[in-house]
Ligand binder design. Structure first.
Ligand code: FES
Ligand code: FES
Length: 212
């Protein structure tokens, strides 16, 4: 029988204990033994960052980390970002701003961004900071700009929603309808009454018969 070791760690806040071969990758332990399949495997060689998870708060490539290194540690995967089946602000920003497309890189992007935002403590990171933090995670779909914008929006959701100083209040839908109706009325008022239209028709017919 092949050698196995017991590894105990916290996965997304819950205690886990697995018995695995000593060199089994953390990525495989998460996906196969813990059924946490949100973490993806891209290259399997530490190049793409798709497998990124947080190990004691720091992003690591789970395809390069033997599971024994997680013994006693806190592991956070993409599944750990949502609370009570509600997406986190960061996840929602990715959805709203089109930062997730095929989704292959998204779990790695999200946990790495979450680690960055934890260090920012409400400050909006600069473009450069976000790009540097995400440099080890590759995306073939988004061109990165939408991801940068989503991370920044998640850093200051209140500021993003707040109206800029001096901005005019947006007309409410009801008010907009009233404005449209008011604009439409003059046109209707210009229409001749039905009797006048009928008279005009009769005159036109008589004129055209006279010409025939
Ligand atoms: S799968 Fe781990 S870095 Fe690509
Ligand atoms: S969304 Fe497709 S690789 Fe990033």
């Amino acid at each position: 029988m092949s050698e196995r070791v017991t590894v105990s760690f916290t996965l997304n806040g819950a205690a886990r204990r697995v018995s695995v071969p000593p060199m089994k990758r953390l990525l495989d332990v998460l996906r196969e033994d813990c059924r946490a399949t949100g973490t993806k495997e891209g290259c399997g060689e530490g190049e793409c960052g798709a497998c990124t998870v947080l190990l004691d708060g720091l992003p690591v490539n789970a395809c390069l980390v033997p599971a024994v290194h997680a013994d006693g540690a806190k592991v956070v995967t993409v599944e750990g970002l949502a609370k009570n089946d509600r997406l986190s602000g960061l996840q929602q920003a990715f959805v709203d701003l089109g930062a997730a497309q095929c989704g292959m890189c998204t779990p790695g992007m999200l946990v790495t961004s979450a680690a960055l935002l934890a260090t920012c403590k409400g400050r909006v990171p600069s473009d450069g900071e976000v790009r540097e933090a995400l440099a080890g995670t590759l995306c073939r779909c988004t061109g990165y700009q939408k991801i940068v914008e989503a991370v920044q929006a998640a850093a200051a959701p209140k500021r993003a929603k707040a109206k800029p100083a001096g901005a005019k209040a947006k007309a409410k839908p009801k008010a907009k309808r009233a404005v449209r109706a008011a604009k439409a009325k003059p046109k209707a008022a210009k229409r001749k009454p039905a009797a006048a239209r009928a008279k005009a028709k009769r005159t036109t017919r008589r004129t055209s018969r006279g010409r025939a």
